[in-house]
Design a protein around this ligand. Structure first.
Ligand SMILES: Nc1ncnc2c1ncn2[C@@H]1O[C@H](COP(=O)(O)OP(=O)(O)O)[C@@H](O)[C@H]1O
Ligand SMILES: [Mg+2]
Length: 342
């Protein structure tokens, strides 16, 4: 649906060249929710703005729905853009227009008939949960409600793609969740492909299927959210994950674990999916004379899959421990022997 190839974006800042996007390659499938995460200044906004050519890439290609956008003349580009909606951190609503008029504005631009506008805007306000707010002005709405108006407006031209630039970053955690639920709902009901950028791992974990991690203009890793959570390859990614899902031992417990490790082995077992948790632990206890003990752990939901990580103490002979680890690996679990407890 979206194919970015060897994409570069360089700005000229008063004679100084700033390479905001460097050789990015991303492919986003139809119907997918794809997240890009990175710290401030990583180049995320520059990247997403290249997708609808709000920024012209310095080089590389942007193919949306089979069409190379960088080569298009003004008129076909305008038409292609109509199929790409966008929402922003600060909503960008017209403050002097009502909610109804804000949502209607893209339809007025294409001279849609009045009746059609009436129906479309009413349907969209219903969809985003603001059916009774059409005559309100943006200043009379909460942040979450403003973002709902912006989402309705972005959907006015029936886009195939919705781009979200830090759409929840100005919102409190509860409102963030309600907006993410709405985006998920739109993705599923309308089959709209969503590309979003964020600096919050929570956003990625809750609704994204795949994710790319950006740093200094580069994509430093990408893959399914589950893979990135279970096998992060870079320190930056680990730091993002740590904010919401710490798989490491809390400092207060490290001393205790140092002592525990003296007679036995500490292992970290990571698992994906509901079925794996209980049986593996019960089986471990019955099959091997090890008296396994759960010392620390975390279980969370990644979109609609369970992901967990447990630190176990295995008490027993080295050969039996080895056998037990092989058994767990054969069951599809990821097992690490912890030599350093940090
Ligand atoms: N319009 C612009 N003109 C000049 N430099 C820019 C412009 N937009 C972004 N930059 C620079 O590009 C880099 C990446 O910025 P940005 O894409 O906004 O990152 P992010 O969204 O990840 O915070 C920064 O160094 C920023 O200063
Ligand atoms: Mg940004």
């Amino acid at each position: 649906m979206i194919k970015l190839k060897n994409l570069y974006k360089t700005y000229d800042q008063a004679g100084r060249q700033v390479e905001a996007v460097k050789n990015v390659n991303i492919e986003i499938q139809k119907g997918e929710i794809f997240g890009v995460i990175g710290y401030s200044g990583a180049g995320k906004s520059s990247l997403i703005r290249c997708v609808n050519l709000l920024e012209t890439p310095t080089s590389g290609s942007v193919v949306v729905n089979g069409v190379e956008l960088t080569g298009l003349a003004e008129k076909p580009l305008r038409e292609a853009r109509r199929k790409i909606g966008m929402i922003f951190q600060h909503f960008n609503l017209l403050s002097s227009s009502t909610v109804f008029e804000n949502v209607a504005s893209p339809l007025r631009l294409v001279n849609a008939p009045k009746k059609e506008i009436e129906k479309k805007v009413t349907d969209l306000l219903q969809l985003v949960g603001l059916a009774d707010k059409g005559s309100f002005y943006p200043s009379q709405l909460s942040g979450g409600q403003k973002q709902r108006v912006a989402i309705a407006r972005a959907l006015a031209n029936d886009p195939e793609i919705l781009l979200c630039d830090e759409a929840t970053s100005a919102l409190d955690p509860q409102t963030t969740d309600s907006i993410l639920d709405l985006l998920l709902d739109i993705n599923q009901k309308l089959r709209i492909t969503i590309m979003l950028i964020t600096h919050e791992m929570h956003v990625i974990k809750k609704i994204c299927d795949r994710v790319a991690v950006m740093e200094n203009g580069h994509v430093i890793e990408q893959g399914s959210v589950l893979d990135i959570f279970s096998k992060p390859q870079t320190q930056t990614t680990r730091n993002f994950i740590k904010n919401i899902f710490d798989i490491n031992l809390p400092e207060s417990l490290q001393l205790k674990f140092q002592r525990e490790r003296a007679n036995g082995e500490l292992i970290r077992v990571s698992f994906i999916g509901e079925d794996t948790t209980e049986p593996f632990f019960a089986e471990l206890a019955t099959r091997f004379p090890l008296r396994p003990n759960i010392l620390f752990g975390n279980i969370t939901q990644i979109k609609d899959t369970t992901f967990g990580s447990l630190i176990l103490k295995l008490n027993g002979e080295a050969a039996v421990i080895r056998e037990a680890i092989e058994y767990l690996q054969a069951e599809g679990l990821t097992v690490e022997v912890l030599h350093d407890v940090d």
